[in-house]
Design a binder for this molecule. Structure first.
Ligand code: SF4
Length: 292
């Protein structure tokens, strides 16, 4: 496979055929993200992409899903993306769902009709990093997207009939903004009501601006119970209007949660209350097992 640089994918795509379509991320400015630092964003040529699809298709694995990396695949021209999706499906008739990462700018560039065309071709799920619903936090981390634009994206993806999976970052507001970040992010997720919402915990990676801020003492990360309080507050304010599978089972988190909202939300809150009140870390993931 002609993989270049760091190849990452959502945990739910662990069994998927992974095809690298772009290298890096077209934004590449988020202060916490070190995944694509040092790589200039580019779209790979169609010949290389198809050669990788041919190779992965020859392995004899009965893939049912495919995931296209890197950071911002939806920025491809729609016709090229459809060509890639159709080629994957032609070679792998069992593949019924294809997923991509997409940032806000790329989603907004696509018209609703283009998104529907992509859905008809086989684009089944879009993963979007939201990180926070708090405007100051989003500005500070240089996300390049504000809540009203993220909401516009969510509405568009949902309207196009594509599954929407969003991630937010616990701790990204630091101790100073922890409360506002949690409340605004919970409300924001509730407003958007994606099909899937995941809370990850910020990890301080040495090649990032956030790490340098941490070293300089201008960014302070809440401790593990502070992060759980943040999670609790976020969930308390997350009033979804459509069914949403909420997870916090990413390896960066201290407490794995998997619950259907809204019906299981109160039960999750009760568990979090108990752990935070008793400062019970026996159920938490040990520090050495946390990772990205
Ligand atoms: S978090 Fe996403 S949008 Fe931000 S730099 Fe990393 S890959 Fe790009």
């Amino acid at each position: 496979m002609n993989y270049e640089g760091n190849i990452i994918r959502p945990p739910s795509e662990a069994q998927s055929m992974i095809i690298q379509v772009t290298v890096g991320c077209s934004h590449n400015r988020c202060t916490f993200c070190g995944t694509y630092k040092g790589y200039s964003f580019r779209i790979k040529d169609m010949k290389t992409i198809k050669a990788d699809i041919d190779e992965a298709s020859s392995w004899g694995i009965p893939f049912q899903r495919a995931f296209l990396t890197d950071g911002d695949v939806l920025i491809l021209p729609t016709k090229d993306l459809i060509e890639i999706i159709q080629y994957i499906r032609k070679k792998n008739p069992r593949i019924s769902r294809i997923g991509v990462y997409a940032n806000t700018k790329a989603i907004l560039k696509k018209s609703l009709d283009e998104l529907k065309e992509l859905r008809d071709a086989g684009l089944g799920i879009v993963y979007q990093g939201i990180e926070s619903g708090n405007i100051d936090v989003l500005r500070k981390i240089k996300k390049g997207a504000f809540p009203h634009k993220q909401r516009e994206c969510a509405e568009k993806i949902i309207k196009a009939g594509i599954l929407l999976s969003q991630t937010v970052l616990l701790g990204i507001g630091g101790i100073e903004k922890s409360r506002e970040h949690a409340i605004d992010t919970g409300k924001h997720l509730g407003d958007m009501s994606p099909d899937y919402a995941s809370a990850l915990t910020v990890m301080l990676l040495p090649n990032t601006q956030l790490y340098r801020e941490y070293r300089a003492g201008t960014f302070r990360l809440p401790d593990k119970f502070g992060l759980l309080e943040e999670l609790r507050l976020l969930i308390e304010h997350m009033n979804v209007h459509r069914p949403c599978l909420f997870t916090s089972n990413h390896a960066s988190n201290y407490l794995p949660i998997r619950a259907n909202f809204p019906q299981e939300r109160d039960a999750v809150l009760r568990v979090l209350d108990r752990i935070v009140r008793n400062r019970d870390d026996s159920v938490l993931r040990p520090e050495f097992m946390r990772a990205l």
